[in-house]
Design a protein around this ligand. Structure first.
Ligand code: ADP
Ligand code: MG
Length: 265
């Protein structure tokens, strides 16, 4: 197992990673970080939870030019939750640099507010295709200095029908740029994006290694499921437990039952 120290990273970046509790890079990070730092376009495929965000955000932040006034990186993602999650991760990873501004741009929230933060200046834009296009057509974002384009969860964006919006946005970016595409799966129609957007991409695939998980499974045949659930919880006394229910109503019922003082003793 390698450590972050084995990657071509400066001391302040390594210190920040340590303070964030990251010790060893995940396989996708180990492969993608050096390639991105070299300026290669990449297509990276790795399962959910494999650490793809840090794989692109860390080199991206390292490469930011602090004298530049316009956005230098554009990260396109399918949902507002992902916008927030990725922006949060970028801010943490950029702590060692003075004043890196990250702005999220997604629908369902005030355009005016987004416009006024854009006017104050940003280094990294994280947005959903629809809202980004909105800003572009209103000329409220400046994409002329974008040096790095990232498509995260490309498979989901295709599923959600965002291909044309993405292509429209990308056609307005500088041709001289680095483009990175991250995806958990690699559907056929992804070529629609990769062919047009990426130049000579390096393909990085981290295959799923089926590790045998140490889970013991027990099955109980019961008549009264609620009674059995209480008995099981009382018996095992887990510090954390996840209960799956069929319906929204049942979920509320079970939650109320477990909350009630007579529930668990
Ligand atoms: P993906 O995008 O591949 O689904 P994420 O980038 O969201 O995965 O990362 C999943 C989780 O793993 C996050 O909570 C992240 O903080 C954590 N993580 C990422 N890289 C590392 C690492 N090198 N060491 C420990 N945890 C990590
Ligand atoms: Mg991800």
């Amino acid at each position: 197992m390698i450590s972050f120290k084995d990657l071509p990273l400066p001391a302040d970046v390594l210190d920040n990673l340590t303070s964030l509790g990251y010790k060893t890079p995940t396989p996708i990070q180990e492969e993608a970080i050096p390639a991105i730092l070299k300026g290669k376009d990449i297509i990276a495929k790795a399962k959910t939870g494999s650490g793809k965000t840090l794989a692109f955000a860390l080199p991206l932040i390292l490469k930011l030019d602090e004298t530049e006034h316009f956005p230098q990186a554009l990260i396109i993602v399918p949902t507002r939750e992902l916008c927030e999650q990725i922006a949060g991760e970028c801010k943490k990873l950029a702590r060692y640099k003075a004043d890196v501004k990250v702005i999220t741009l997604y629908g369902g929230t005030s355009l005016t507010k987004q416009v006024s933060s854009l006017e104050k200046g940003a280094d990294i834009l994280v947005g959903t295709p629809g809202r980004l296009l909105d800003h572009f057509s209103r000329e409220t974002i400046h994409l002329g200095q974008i040096k790095t384009l990232i498509l995260d969860e490309a498979d989901r964006m295709l599923d959600m029908g965002f291909a044309d919006d993405i292509l429209k946005i990308v056609s307005n970016l500088p041709k001289q740029r680095q483009s990175l595409l991250f995806s958990a799966t690699y559907p056929e129609n992804i070529n629609k994006l990769t062919k047009v957007i990426l130049k000579n991409p390096l393909e990085i695939k981290v295959e799923r290694k089926e590790t045998k998980v140490a889970i013991e499974e027990h099955v109980y045949r019961v008549d009264d499921k609620e009674k059995a659930l209480l008995a099981t919880l009382q018996h095992y006394q887990p510090s954390l437990a996840l209960v799956f229910c069929n319906t929204k109503v049942k979920t509320a019922e079970i939650s109320d039952m477990l909350d009630a003082p007579k529930g668990l003793t």
